[in-house]
Design a protein around this ligand. Sequence first.
Ligand code: DQQ
Length: 495
Amino acid sequence: MTTDSPQPMVTEARALRHTFVANPHRPQFHFLAPANWLNDPNGLIQWQGRMHLFYQYNPNGPFHGSIHWGHAISDDLVHWQDLPVALTPTPGGCDSDGCWSGSAVNNQGTPTLIYSGVSPQVVCLATSSDDLVTWHKHPANPVIAGPPGDLKVASGGHFRDPYVWRADGQWRLLMGSKSAGGGGLVLLYNSSDLLHWEYVGPILQGDITQTEPIWTGAMWECPNLLDFGQRQALVISTQNELGDLLYVFYASGRFDGQHFVPGVQDILVHGGRQGCFYAPQVTRADDGRHLMWGWLREERSQAAFMEAGWAGVMSLPLVVSMELDGHMCVEPAAELAALRRDHQHWGDLDLPDGSVWPLNSAIGDSLEIIAQFELPDDGEFGLDVRATPDGQEYTRLVVQPAEQQVVIQRDRSSLDPDPDKTPCAAPIRSTANRMITLHIFLDRSVLEVFVNGGLSSMAARIYPTRRDSIGLNLFSRGAAVRLKSLDVWRLDAIW
Ligand code: DQQ
């Protein structure tokens, strides 16, 4: 069986991208679909040196429906080239309602996608014989026909997002699931050939009554297992009982081949009420780095993104690592430096209590900013991005030393009442030498912030309404603060 609808041509994708040039909220240096809807990254794999990014894609409109796998490749993790749609739902097939999330592996030279068919939720396989461009669905699909044993009922059919890797001479597969009233589940299967799968059992089971250190939700999606040698980590996207997407958490610990024993648990990337960072996928690059992309959801109404004609954007390419204490660290990939233009630097400045200092030479809506401050004991300080000269619109990144947190305040981000304006807060971890470093990427409607080398990270969407919302200010109030250094670059567009 082959994928059966005509593939949109690559030139068509380019033309589609051009139709959005005047759209003020459309990111310039983040990957996003040519048009319409994008959600989870899928099938991340470095193949003959090039990174392949597949993604949940609806070519029919900017809404979640009829999910295909879009496809793009990159030589440098930053610039992307569109390829034809990789997977299309097959009418009457086990993915007729959508080709949902999954992984890519190299099966002795044969590129293979293992993905979720719906509905019901099952596991499907597709292979390519032309360097990952066209894909053939396997006649044996579905290769896993649904949840095992008791979970057929207890999971309510929630059984998706195969994560596949090879270890100890066999294929291993994790599935996201739930146990009604219990919590989320990560289920393990083994196979010798990717076609016949033996159920091993749950490697980790959530407790829906757990509240500390975090609530881990009711249904677990998109599990990833990261191997750091002596220790491992599970990265899980979690939903509540109503199916609302919540946030991404990790559990670091040890996987013995059958069970995962968790240690530290925490939010991976902090956000607003529900967080815009979701469903990340992690792949091991040829150079050993754990590279991650996540879906940055819209935080404006469906009506607003239907009107815009596009919805959803990928995070920056991120590098995930584990600290000695088991906490995870998330940093932007070094390759992003290729986009830097017009560098400006300031050093050793005292910001008196009550000051607001506009950086008139560093305005823009696509910026990278690295700011290092000496941390006072109280007061608050930080930067405003996307600020109008009259102070009507701005997004405030505030460091609050007494609360040991960094907050993205969005109540003035947009004059439009529609977008989510709840604040995003992340703890300040490690204040060695009483210094704090904020590494900020602003890309029109996307804000990603990495605190102290990625010991905490945050992502938020903002939707300024005014053309002159391009100002950058430093401010301090309640205490004086010393700015040790500030570097600002305008970042180039990637399309
Ligand atoms: N998105 C996919 C599912 C996954 C969810 C469907 C997470 O496979 O569980 O588009 O955002």
